[in-house]
Write a protein that binds this ligand. Sequence first.
Ligand code: BG6
Ligand code: MG
Length: 220
Amino acid sequence: KKVGFIFDLDGVIVDTAKYHYLAWKKLANELGIEFTVEQNELFKGVSRKRCLEILLDIGQVKATQEQFDTWMVEKNLDYLAYIENMDSSEILPDVPRVLDYLKDKNIPIALGSASKNARPILKKVGLLSYFDSIVDGNQVTKAKPDPEVFLIAARNLQVDPEGCVVFEDAVAGIEAANRANMTSIGIGEENVLSDAHYNFKDFTEMGTDFIASLVQKNLA
Ligand code: BG6
Ligand code: MG
């Protein structure tokens, strides 16, 4: 049996959640909506469209289709400005160690992200070549917590879902991985990601022996 590893992007490989937050906050404030860090938690792992729906809901703002589309574009342009000069210094700690370990063992690696900006971000930080498959917001029709993104990634890697391990920082992402029958690893606050099979604050807390044990377990 084969194993495969699937990484979420935002909040797992790079700390772009802060830029998403700043861009949403700017739009929110323009619309007279307060937008807190706590509310931003609901936006993690969720598509751009769904984020705007939630934001308008929070602010009880009604929008025409045209306004909705304009605001989506505006938010993304602001976000793109934030990430324009991103480089490898924004890779989260010890992510390269884990990627190198998996590459060294010839274990297939995929990206499973809701973002339509995933590929340019991986390119900017210099990690594109690690990924055997990139599944992102451009290919997925059903957003997390739907398991679609991870199931497509597993199929692309030619690994059974049961053999896949998923790293996620979002509640919706952990649910998606669990619904796909994969092993879910929460990266972040354990009390937020309590449905994950395993929890780590970040990759620095995750020993190489643990990753080796995941490989063994998912081979069984
Ligand atoms: C996810 C983020 O990875 O991508 C969400 O966690 C974001 O916050 C979503 O809304 C979509 O991203 P983008 O780059 O397509 O707007
Ligand atoms: Mg994420």
